[in-house]
Design a protein around this ligand. Structure first.
Ligand code: AMP
Length: 221
């Protein structure tokens, strides 16, 4: 099974992608996580991406396409995966289409987790993350609080709020998301791949909605 998973920031896309990857045995490929790691480690890609991420803007297509292409061209590339947060623009989608065609790895579906902006702003301002690079667990003080306030359940590290989860940045990120996503969904709707899933409800309900909407997987090459 090969999926692209899209949805506005704060839609619960990351949580659902993690569940799908664990339960269906797919590699979870999050460009947001990879970029944050690159920034934390001060790599050349991280240095190029830093200002864009902190301003709530998209990182240029060529930087993100390079990250994805080098991972999927590697000999140990995953054949079954869920893309979380990539592609995010028509330019990225066209680059990804060409890569998957070259590798003979057709997509099974593009899932769109749909949530209105109002609840997203509330949810995102409540989001906290574990900064431990080997953990990266996420919490939400409204829907998924840690057992001890401010402390990661998994590893005990003090939780932090991401720079891009501040309200002014959130509004900018939503605007950027809508501008790119309409075009992106039109591209994949033309290929008959889009599945719309309503993103309201608890984590397990949304998960069941997604799984029951998934097509049968295409065979691996
Ligand atoms: P995310 O965790 O997916 O919300 O990503 C956090 C930030 O990383 C975004 O606000 C962008 O600045 C950057 N980013 C992640 N994925 C992409 C992508 N596919 N294209 C451009 N920028 C990205």
């Amino acid at each position: 099974m090969r999926l692209i998973f899209t949805g506005p920031p704060g839609s619960g896309k990351g949580t659902q992608a993690k569940l799908l990857s664990q339960r269906l045995g797919l590699v979870h490929f999050s460009t947001g996580d990879i970029i944050r790691d690159a920034i934390a480690h001060g790599t050349p890609e991280g240095r190029r991406a830093q200002a864009y991420v902190h301003a709530g803007q998209l990182v240029p297509d060529d930087v993100v396409n390079d990250i994805v292409n080098s991972r999927l061209r590697a000999p140990d590339r995953p054949a079954r995966f869920i893309m979380d947060g990539y592609p995010r623009s028509l330019g990225q989608a066209e680059s990804f289409d060409a890569l998957l065609k070259e590798l003979n790895l057709p997509l099974d579906a593009v899932l769109f987790l749909n949530v209105d902006d109002g609840p997203l702003i509330d949810r995102l301002s409540a989001r906290w993350t574990c900064p431990n690079p080997t953990c990266k667990a996420t919490y939400n003080t409204l829907s998924k609080p840690p057992r001890r306030p401010g402390v990661c359940d998994e590893c005990g590290t003090a939780l932090v709020q991401r720079d891009d989860d501040r309200p002014a940045t959130i509004r900018r990120r939503l605007k950027v998301f809508h501008e790119g996503n309409d075009e992106l969904m039109a591209h994949y709707r033309r290929q008959g791949l889009v599945i719309d899933v309503p993103g309201a409800g608890d984590i397990e309900t949304i998960y069941q909605n997604i799984v029951s909407a998934l097509p049968r997987p295409s065979p691996n090459p």
